[in-house]
Write a protein that binds this ligand. Sequence first.
Ligand code: NAD
Length: 304
Amino acid sequence: MTNAPSSSLPSDHQASLIDGKGFAAKMRQHIREDVLAFHEKHGVTPGLAVILVGNDPASEVYVRNKAVQTHHAGMRSFMHMLPENTSEAELLALIDRLNKDPEIHGILVQLPLPNGLDGRRVTNAILPEKDVDGLGEINAGRLAVGLPSLIPCTPLGCLLLLRDQLGDMKGQHAVIIGASNLVGKPMALLLLAEGCTVSIAHIHTRDTAALARQADILVVATGCRELVRGDWIKLGATVIDVGITRIKTDDGKTRLVGDVAFDEAVKVAGRITPVPGGVGPVTIACLLKNTLTAAKLQLEGNAE
Ligand code: NAD
């Protein structure tokens, strides 16, 4: 079987679902084994500190979920829940303590921060070798010039899913919709390093649909629910939907939707990630992976 999209599909075609949940479970199992081996070698358990400022309920759910999964992976989790009115000086002082603490191998500050706190300054205060979100300028710069680095968890997760699905991606046209520092830009660099021809669309792109139609691999991370319609997708393309928007349903409940109109896309794409159950679980598994990588960097000087 080739990775190239076909030129026509049967009328009852359904894309195969990329099972992010199952993939993440396998990743976590491998990480757990690696954490045990690391502990046997060094007598050290990797530790992850997560800092949340303010009391945004959605962020609290994310942070607690990260803590539970960190424990399940055999690592130590340290939660720092700070009040909304925390000053930047207090936050930087905490990061400084965690930077110096040998029990902490990874530090993550949940973004966005409340008004008045400079996310860039705070992120850059984390030591590069503990920057498990990969958002500091040193890690971002190293990724840009092709040096080993801690890679932001969401694009790393998308890359691992794509490698698992497609193997060699050389020569494929990857279109990324969204150009944030968190997802779109690092995704573009990672797929460039895989040998893809990469196009990036963003809010000012003139005809995003026309560009998307050229994609063998389409990664969408805009935060605009169901932006990508079925007729934006080339037959047989691989679609990775990063977007998450929580919407209210008629029965008063809520549900998550992606940036891709799933019911339309599934009739055209070759493979597609569902929302939920696609990129989300793999992102958290990548945070665990990065924490172990960071611990290896600190104790072994490399991440192998
Ligand atoms: P962002 O707001 O920082 O960036 C959005 C990008 O999309 C920008 O580059 C903007 O120019 C572009 N964009 C917006 N509207 C567009 C349009 N109509 N056409 C073309 N481009 C458009 O967002 P982000 O932090 O990159 O996150 C994007 C989405 O991914 C959000 O829904 C977020 O919740 C989700 N997300 C999911 C995970 C996960 O684990 N699944 C992780 C991070 C972000």
